[in-house]
Design a protein around this ligand. Structure first.
Ligand code: PM9
Length: 462
């Protein structure tokens, strides 16, 4: 009997990639200030920087680009998108934005007043930036297990209800406009929360008049894990599970560059028409008219089709998460310390364990990501102290408990052979780990520093 699964698609078009020499990569990484965000993609062999906006669209989505309606107002493609969001996520009100952070900006501006607290199940970089920019303070209420890479908890994205209750008691519910609940928590390693936990979080918040706002960017991957791990959901489709996830919330921000299988786009979705009216008043000032926001008609058409496609059958998400698990399991078998269980959108390497000789303020994960690129041309991303940034009140680094290199896997882009090459590259770097040294800033941007910061090695390489 056949037990393996294979991708539920075949390849119609290919994009060549370039292999580079060690010497070329040395020049490239030095020129990029040891920041993989600053590399040119032409200098990258296998690009696992992010799963954001890097998916391969289907022929049906590409066809959608040709029939997208570019009317300034009332575009047919906008109404297609409204229908897709209503059908798949179940929210009535759609506020289209250019990408996820556009939606986060608008949500934060309409709900947060200076001095407010916004609890959430671990921070995300742009989300926290917009909360702080609006005068709020993010408070982490994720369960403690999320901070231990080896803990096998099946739902490490869960909200700790005791931490949430303690915050409500301490500051009062009138100071908490909403909780920000992320599905398949990115910074925790792509870890899901359970339906039971989301239901209980929603009950607690609504009892206190606190809104529940999802970051539903990776709700599909979360739904897949619920189907695999939570009793009572094994026979439900991911489409049903995504709908149920959203049913416990008052709205959601979505970066459509992930689950939704497009290269650009996003939205804020809400239930309350009054709140949506406020959001649209800002949308027309910061993004664009309310029937396109930050997207062209063809972008909205491809997005509507991507949303339908992601839940059309469970086969898509099975293969997507299956590919991530394939890479993760190869690395685990070889003894590479990773965040476990393996996440939904990437493999997260525990840089603190691999490089114990580099103190956290010499940026071990940044150094490891640079080293992996140098050794093999594989590009990953730092998700540790550089990403965490500084506390705006004290100016000190945030010291996150997780110091990780993320290898995020674009959807429908790479093959199993690419994953084998990535695994071999990581093993090679792991073998030579003692030769990797720390870094220091040569340029540190004030906010969201990880995108554009530059570094230099502290000591010459041995
Ligand atoms: N995530 C990622 O690589 C894009 C670059 S890093 C800022 O993981 C969540 C959970 C995300 C996310 C982006 C955004 C922002 C919001 N929430 O990039 O603005 O993972 O579309 O979305 C990235 P946009």
């Amino acid at each position: 009997m056949i037990k393996s699964w294979a991708e539920p698609f075949k390849i119609k078009m290919v994009e060549p990639i370039r292999m580079t020499t060690h010497q070329q990569r040395e020049v490239a990484i030095e020129g990029a200030g040891y920041n993989t965000f600053l590399l040119r993609s032409d200098d990258v062999y296998i690009d696992l920087l992010t799963d954001s906006g890097t998916s391969a669209m289907s022929d049906y989505q590409w066809a959608g680009l040709m029939v997208g309606d570019e009317a300034y107002a009332g575009s047919r493609s906008f109404y297609h998108l409204v229908d897709a969001v209503r059908e798949v996520y179940g929210y009535e009100e759609l506020v289209p934005t250019h990408q996820g952070r556009g939606a986060e900006h608008i949500l934060s501006q309409i709900l947060i007043k200076p001095g407010d607290y916004i609890p959430g199940n671990m921070y995300f970089t742009t989300t926290r930036f917009h909360q702080e920019h609006a005068g709020g303070k993010f408070v982490d209420v994720i369960i403690d297990e999320a901070f231990d890479p080896e803990d096998q908890h099946p739902f490490k994205g869960n909200v700790d209800l005791d931490k949430l209750s303690a915050l409500i008691d301490e500051v009062g519910s009138e100071q908490i406009p909403y909780i920000s609940v992320e599905t398949n928590v990115n910074m925790a390693g792509g870890q899901p929360l359970s339906m039971a936990n989301l239901r209980a979080t929603s009950e607690l918040c609504h009892k206190h008049g606190i809104l529940v706002m999802l970051d539903a960017t990776r709700a599909l991957e979360n739904a897949w894990f619920i189907k695999q791990r939570e009793g009572g959901y094994e026979d439900k489709s991911v489409a049903e599970i995504v709908r149920e996830i959203c049913s416990y919330s008052d709205g959601a921000t979505v970066s459509s560059k992930k689950d939704n299988l497009v290269n650009i786009g996003g939205f804020l979705a809400l239930r309350d028409p009054k709140l949506a009216e406020k959001a649209r008043a800002l949308l027309v000032a910061f993004e664009g008219l309310h029937t396109y926001g930050g997207m062209s008609g063809r972008d909205m058409e491809a997005l509507a089709r991507g949303i339908e496609e992601m839940v059309a059958s469970d086969d898509h998400v099975r293969a997507r998460v299956g590919q991530v698990e394939y890479l993760g399991n190869r690395l685990l078998k070889a003894g590479i310390p990773l965040v476990q269980p393996i996440g939904g959108h990437g493999v997260f390497i525990d840089a603190m364990t691999i490089l114990p000789h580099i103190p956290q303020d010499e940026f071990p994960a940044q150094a490891l990501a640079a080293e992996l690129y140098l050794a093999s041309g594989v590009r990953g991303m730092e998700r540790g102290i550089v990403s965490a940034g500084r506390d705006p009140a004290t100016g000190d680094h945030h010291y996150p408990k997780l110091e990780l290199v993320r290898l995020a896997i674009p959807r429908r882009v790479y093959t199993q052979a690419h994953m084998d090459v990535v695994a071999e590259s990581v093993l090679e770097v792991h073998e030579n780990r003692e030769s990797v040294g720390g870094l220091r800033f040569t340029y540190e941007p004030e906010s969201l520093r990880f995108f554009q910061a530059r570094f230099e090695p502290i000591t010459n390489r041995p």
